[in-house]
Ligand binder design. Structure first.
Ligand code: HEM
Length: 420
């Protein structure tokens, strides 16, 4: 038996950009070691499927960062509690979470999302027309990014012309989800830049809300303003936070689902060919990508009370006691490759009998955008493989430094390889 590695050393390895291209061997090592506890940091890390699944559904799991011992200590030392106003409902508990989620959930149910399909098909067609002209195109900038961005802007009523400005802010804010403070006690590089981006984006959205008040459209922002004006269900600050959350979610997640699936298919030629010949396979390809190479690699929770996770009988795999106020990191990308969840977990196999994963989370915070992300990815991958059956990977991809919302910075694809 190999000696257990120091928990902090393992987590620092996870934060290092060097593992970004392939963090999975490290995730295996972390999962094999079992839950990691760092009492000095008030941190517990889970990485098995069973543990992550239980914590995500646990009544004592809080999403409100202010409930952590670390946050309480910082507030006691004078750090402002909520410098940017109320957070998006991703970071709230009931009753606020339930109230705000309910107000926007109608816009994301499968039936409403399905009505967007013709627009999504047209957008993808236009992007692939442009890609066909090039000897090699970047599947990120040429397809995976512009598609979800155009869709979320349309849904929210955010002008696409402003995109270059808020895409820069959104990229910076995505980095603030990385667990640097949780693991090291310090915010990592670029805190000032991220703070400026957060303030800029909130001001931008507030100004847009003021415009929409006088000139409403058929969009979600206008619908939320109407709800605000008709009673006491939500405040303007909450509209800002909700639109902020949806805009960032729309920018920083689906792009990586489309890109990660494209890469997996190009690396396993048979899978590319089979999808090109049979669009009916797309849904399974998307689901397997969410398991095998998920865009969201980890999620955080706070222990609102003392919790016992795992077996409580003191035997092998005995339960872990988590003290109230601990930060919990759930390494869902590691859980997805738990051998207890799937046979041959390190293999990309859309044909497995059942594909289970925590790629969209679980429990009360299960991804609201899941139907939309699935639809966009299905349309994009079906069209991409059908249009370019002979495509090849033109270079090894590059990765952004992001840990939580991990994704490629560039994915060069040669669309029309003559020899095939
Ligand atoms: C492939 C793309 C996507 C992935 C992998 C993904 C993943 C996730 C995950 C793992 C969570 C749970 C976080 C937690 O439990 O703490 C989540 C929540 C959420 N997602 Fe997504 N997401 C994707 C796309 C989208 C899109 C396109 C939208 C909307 C525009 C969206 C909106 C949300 C919202 C609002 C929540 C918070 C739900 C709540 O707190 O009740 N997501 N997502």
């Amino acid at each position: 038996m190999t000696a257990a590695a120091d928990p902090q050393a393992l987590l620092l390895e996870l934060l290092a950009p060097a593992v970004r291209a392939d963090p999975y061997p490290l995730f295996d090592r972390i999962r094999e070691q079992g839950p990691l506890q760092m009492p000095d940091n008030n941190l517990t890390v889970f990485s098995s499927h069973a543990d992550c699944d239980v914590v995500l559904r646990h009544a004592s799991s809080s999403s409100d960062r202010l409930k952590s011992t670390v946050a309480q200590r910082m507030i006691a030392e004078g750090t402002p509690a909520r410098p940017f106003g109320p957070p998006g409902f991703l970071f709230l508990d009931p009753p606020d979470h339930t109230r705000l989620r309910r107000l926007v959930s109608k816009a994301f149910v499968p039936k409403v999302v399905k009505a967007l399909e013709p627009d999504i098909v047209a957008l993808v067609g236009g992007l692939l027309d442009a890609a066909a002209e090039q000897p090699a195109f970047d599947a990120i900038q040429g397809l995976a990014y512009p598609l979800p961005v155009a869709v979320i802007c349309r849904l929210l009523g955010v002008p696409l012309e402003d995109e270059p400005q808020f895409s820069a802010a959104s990229a910076l804010l995505a980095q603030s989800l990385d667990p640097f403070v949780t693991v090291t006690g310090s915010a990592g590089e670029g805190l000032e830049e991220r703070t400026k981006a957060a303030m800029w984006l909130r001001d931008y959205l507030r100004e847009l809300i003021h415009r929409r008040r006088h000139d409403p459209g058929e969009d979600l922002m206008s619908a939320l303003i109407e709800v605000e004006e008709s009673g006491d269900q939500l405040t303007e600050d909450e509209i800002v936070s909700t639109c902020n959350l949806l805009l960032i979610a729309g920018h920083e997640t689906t792009v990586n689902l489309i890109a990660n699936a494209t890469l997996a298919l190009l690396r396993d030629r048979t899978q590319w060919d089979r999808l090109a010949a049979d669009p009916g396979r797309a849904a399974a390809v998307v689901e397997e990508t969410l398991r095998y190479d998920p865009p969201v690699q980890l999620v955080g929770r706070i222990a609102a009370d003392d919790m016992t996770i795992g077996r409580g009988d003191g035997g092998e795999g005995a339960g872990v006691t988590v003290p109230q106020g601990d930060n919990l990191l759930l390494l869902t990308a590691a859980a997805n490759r738990d051998p207890a969840l799937a046979e041959r977990p390190g293999e990309f196999d859309p044909d497995r009998e059942t594909i289970r994963h925590l790629g969209f989370g679980k429990g009360p915070h299960f991804c609201l955008g899941a139907p939309l992300a699935r639809l966009e990815a299905t349309v994009a991958l079906t069209a991409l493989t059908a249009r370019f059956p002979a495509a090849e990977l033109a270079a090894e991809p590059g990765y952004k430094p992001n840990v939580t919302l991990r994704g490629m910075s560039e994915l060069l694809v040669a669309p029309n390889v003559a020899s095939r």
